[in-house]
Design a protein around this ligand. Structure first.
Ligand SMILES: *[C@@H]1O[C@H](CO)[C@@H](O)[C@H](O)[C@H]1NC(C)=O
Ligand SMILES: *[C@@H]1O[C@H](CO)[C@@H](O)[C@H](O)[C@H]1NC(C)=O
Ligand SMILES: *[C@@H]1O[C@H](CO)[C@@H](O)[C@H](O)[C@H]1NC(C)=O
Length: 174
C-alpha cells in the first residue's frame, strides 16, 4: 500500500515539474521536404507550413538542407530578399534556432534568388500562457509554462525534479 502511494506521488510530482517547465517542441521546417527551393507552382510552401503551428517561446525550429543555406534576417530583409549579409548565415545543412523570445522571426535562403522564389520563412512566436490551474494539471498535448521567464536547462530540471520527489514523496517511500 505504502509503495503504491509512493509511486503515485512520484508520477504526480514529475507531471507537475513538466508542466512548470513547459514542454518545448521542435519543428522541422518544411516537414519531409525540408528547406529547399520551392516548386514553381508552390511558392507559398513555407507560409503554408508556418500557418499549421502555434510557436511558443522555448520551441526550436530546425532547417535541413543540402547545397543551400539559411540566414536569420529582419523584416525588411525578408520582404526584399536582400539582407542576408547582415545576419549570420548558416551552411551546415542542419541548423537549429531556439525561439527564445516572442515576436516575429524571419529566415531566408542565403541564395537570394531562392529567397525571391519563395524559400523564406516568417513565423510568429508567442509567450507561454499561464495554466488555468497548476493544482489540477490536465493532460494536453501542449502544457503551458507557469514561468516563461525561467526556462531551466534539462539538467537543472532533472535535479530539481529529483529533489522534489525526495521532498514530497520521501514519507511514502519509507
Ligand atoms: C505548374 O503549373 C503549370 C500550369 O498549371 C503546369 O503547366 C506546369 O507543368 C506546372 N509545373 C510544375 C513543375 O509542376
Ligand atoms: C548548388 O547550388 C548552386 C546555387 O544554387 C548551384 O549553382 C549548383 O549547381 C548547386 N550544386 C549542386 C551539386 O546541386
Ligand atoms: C533592401 O531593399 C530595400 C528596398 O529597396 C532597401 O531600402 C534596403 O536598403 C535594402 N537593403 C540592403 C542591405 O541592400
Amino acid at each position: 500500500m505504502a509503495s503504491s502511494v509512493g509511486f503515485l506521488c512520484i508520477i504526480i510530482t514529475m507531471a507537475t515539474m513538466n508542466i512548470l517547465a513547459g514542454a518545448s517542441n521542435q519543428y522541422k521546417v518544411g516537414d519531409a521536404e525540408g528547406w529547399q527551393l520551392p516548386d514553381v507552382n508552390n511558392t507559398d510552401v513555407y507560409k503554408i507550413w508556418a500557418s499549421k503551428f502555434t510557436f511558443y517561446v522555448g520551441d526550436t525550429i530546425v532547417f535541413e538542407y543540402k547545397n543551400d543555406s539559411v540566414a536569420k534576417v529582419d523584416k525588411r530583409g525578408y520582404y526584399h530578399c536582400n539582407e542576408t549579409s547582415h545576419g549570420s548565415m548558416f551552411k551546415d545543412g542542419h541548423t537549429v534556432f531556439l525561439l527564445d523570445k516572442s515576436g516575429f522571426y524571419y529566415f531566408v535562403s542565403g541564395d537570394l534568388d531562392h529567397c525571391r522564389k519563395g524559400q523564406r520563412l516568417m513565423i510568429e512566436v508567442k509567450d507561454q500562457q499561464l495554466p488555468p490551474s497548476i493544482a489540477a494539471p490536465s493532460v494536453s498535448p501542449r502544457p503551458s509554462a507557469a514561468v516563461s521567464w525561467f526556462i531551466p536547462s534539462f539538467g537543472t530540471l532533472k535535479a530539481l525534479e529529483a529533489l522534489m520527489i525526495v521532498a514530497s514523496c520521501g514519507p511514502y517511500l519509507a
